[in-house]
Design a protein around this ligand. Structure first.
Ligand code: FES
Length: 217
């Protein structure tokens, strides 16, 4: 069956197209809108986007397969990205991934048998200071330990993504407002040392007057 966007999203596509001198430049945001509605970029979505933007299906497919945030096969109701880069790894990222694999019953790159979660590994998601962390759908869940992770997964499975985000999300990505209070930190950051406080309270050093002529005599 042919794919079509909702009237509201069609209107958004019209607005996106006004931003670019070439229709091709709108490919990423239009694909994103389609994935938001359909869950993944099906062959029907590829056909729709190609026709809407006047492109070949080969170009659309090439972009979909290049970017990891586009899915060319069906995925779970929730997408869990577990960060496995250095900062998260040093703070227990491996244990977080292993717990997710046990809880969801699938390894990274796969979907749980109930279709509720797709688990994916991610490179640094730019929240290193709050490691270890995962992204679930559009939200960040930071300063994790296994117990907190279990609560977050339980909340997604039983209460839904929005309710879980309202309880536990630390940041909403894509510019969306935060929907809940910050989850309690599993370990508070250490206070600054006395030396750091002393250095921070000192006035900045004054620059030596420069010798404009460079004449040292
Ligand atoms: S290393 Fe995980 S967010 Fe940067």
């Amino acid at each position: 069956m042919a794919f079509s966007l909702s009237p509201e999203r069609e209107h958004q596509v019209d607005e996106i197209l006004t931003r670019y001198p070439e229709r091709r430049a709108a490919l990423l945001p239009v694909l994103w809108l389609c994935q938001r509605q359909n869950g993944w970029i099906s062959p029907e979505v590829v056909d729709y986007v190609a026709e809407r933007l006047g492109l070949s299906t080969a170009i659309v497919k090439g972009v979909v397969t290049f970017y990891t945030m586009f899915f060319d096969e069906p995925i779970g109701e929730n997408i869990v990205w577990v960060c496995r880069t250095l900062s998260c790894d040093l703070r227990g990222g491996k244990a977080i991934q292993e717990r997710l694999e046990t809880r969801l019953g699938c390894s990274a790159g796969h979907t749980s048998s109930d279709g509720k979660f797709t688990l994916l590994k991610a490179e640094c998601l730019a929240a290193c200071g709050q490691a270890p962390m995962v992204q679930i759908n559009d939200r960040y869940y930071e300063n994790l330990d296994v117990g907190l992770l279990d609560q977050i997964i339980d909340a997604h499975a039983t209460e839904g993504a929005e309710a879980a985000a309202a309880k536990f999300a630390t940041h909403a990505s894509f510019g969306a407002p935060r929907t809940g209070e910050r989850a309690p930190l599993s370990s508070a950051p250490p206070p600054p040392s006395e030396e750091a406080v002393r250095l921070a309270s000192q006035p900045p050093p004054t620059a030596e007057p420069s010798n404009a002529s460079g004449d040292e005599s």
